[in-house]
Design a protein around this ligand. Structure first.
Ligand code: GLY
Length: 373
């Protein structure tokens, strides 16, 4: 018998507050929750466009559509090819074509059923259709559950850099059904664990310690329900705490980019296909930890503890052989984290706290990256 329990986390963004519902089996209640009597999040009778990829749609499309139809919505769908390499403007045009064919109106909504790629693209398509319609996030990967589905960042990649095109568009609801993780490929599960480790390092020492105490982090089938519940609740709470303080990343929200400066460079240099986002973040956290140690900001023992977690999740801790340090140094300069010409890094300064700095020179980054060869 499952011991996973239902929990709701409120993301308190002024004018745009919403719930993140962690609900085992909740997929079947999606329509009911959106339609909730008295205060519907989307009015029953409205058109709802479900966006997904073929793999997720085969597994969960029917249940999602049934749940929405039973609650009185007029449902259509759009299936996009799976993978980060399809996260581009042409896919947004495809969603808009389906929105046009089905005459989606201002009061209609889109539902993102999938991982981070589907969530980001659906959110962006919703933010631009008729100048903005409602979006509901139903993340099906661990990574999307703990990070991408919350906080309203939406968008697509530009050939020259990740997520360079996008908009902030908060969802009406985030529905996390942990049971769908049963079908998530193991490599994708590990990618999500990278983001969970990130929250431990930058925000939540008890989460970090809980991960340290776990026997395994590399496979959903060997992670206890108690640990999974803890990981989901703590990660989502961390993200909610941070984004409610700083919606548009004017300040503290930037710490969520821990491991992402070098991570994004590695992802883009490997064509968004060889190394997935979580793996790249794992490599980026190892590099950032080393930079912090070299700058005297972090204990060598703390970075060893962090790297041990990355290893425990069986995420890579070394640079891919086909990526050179010089290429990384060039790539990080075209990332959107560059401000007034300076690359900004997030560095830890203890386990559970992090800060943003522009003081990481090329030379410092280079020395740290050498230790990842
Ligand atoms: N994934 C980082 C953020 O949402 O700000």
């Amino acid at each position: 018998m499952s011991t996973l329990t239902e929990t709701t986390i409120r993301v308190n963004i002024p004018q745009d507050a919403y719930d993140v519902r962690i609900a085992p089996g909740g997929l079947d209640s999606l329509g009911q929750w959106l339609a909730s009597e008295g205060a519907p999040l989307i009015k029953p009778g409205q058109k709802v466009l479900v966006v997904s990829n073929p793999i997720v749609f085969d597994l969960y499309g029917k249940r999602t559509i049934d749940a929405l139809t039973q609650a009185g919505y007029d449902v259509c769908h759009c299936i996009l090819p799976a993978g980060e390499q399809h996260k581009h403007m042409a896919s947004i045009a495809q969603i808009h074509d389906v929105a046009y064919e089905n005459r989606l109106e201002r009061s209609s909504a889109m539902v993102a059923l999938g991982g981070g790629v589907i969530g980001d693209m659906t959110g962006f398509a919703a933010s631009t259709w008729l100048r903005g319609i409602a979006v509901v996030q139903v993340p099906t990967s661990l990574l999307a559950m703990v990070d991408a589905s919350m906080g309203g960042k939406t968008g697509v990649n530009h050939p020259k850099g990740k997520n360079l095109i996008g908009a902030f568009h908060q969802p009406r609801l985030v529905l996390i059904d942990p049971q769908v993780l049963e079908t998530l490929p193991v490599r994708e599960f590990r990618a999500g664990v990278a983001e969970v480790i990130k929250y431990g390092v930058i925000w939540d020492l008890p989460l970090f310690e809980k991960l340290e105490a776990a026997e395994r982090l590399d496979d959903f089938n060997y992670v206890s329900e108690d640990l999974l519940q803890y990981m989901l609740e703590h990660s989502c709470q961390a993200k909610a705490d941070v984004v409610s303080q700083d919606v548009r990343e004017g300040g503290i929200r930037a710490i969520l980019n821990y491991g992402h400066t070098i991570g994004h460079a590695v992802e883009s240099l490997t064509g968004y296909s060889e190394i997935n986002h979580g793996e790249a973040v794992g490599i980026g956290m190892v590099a950032a930890g080393q930079i912090a140690v070299n700058m005297g900001l972090w204990d060598a023992s703390a970075t060893r503890r962090q790297d041990a977690l990355v290893n425990k999740a069986r995420l890579p801790t070394r640079l891919p052989a086909n990526v050179s340090i010089d290429d990384i140094l060039v790539a990080i300069k075209s990332d959107k984290k560059v401000k007034e010409g300076t690359v900004r890094f997030v560095l830890p300064k203890g386990i559970g706290t992090a800060f943003v700095t522009s003081q990481v020179t090329d030379e410092r980054a280079q020395i740290a990256l050498k230790s990842l060869i």
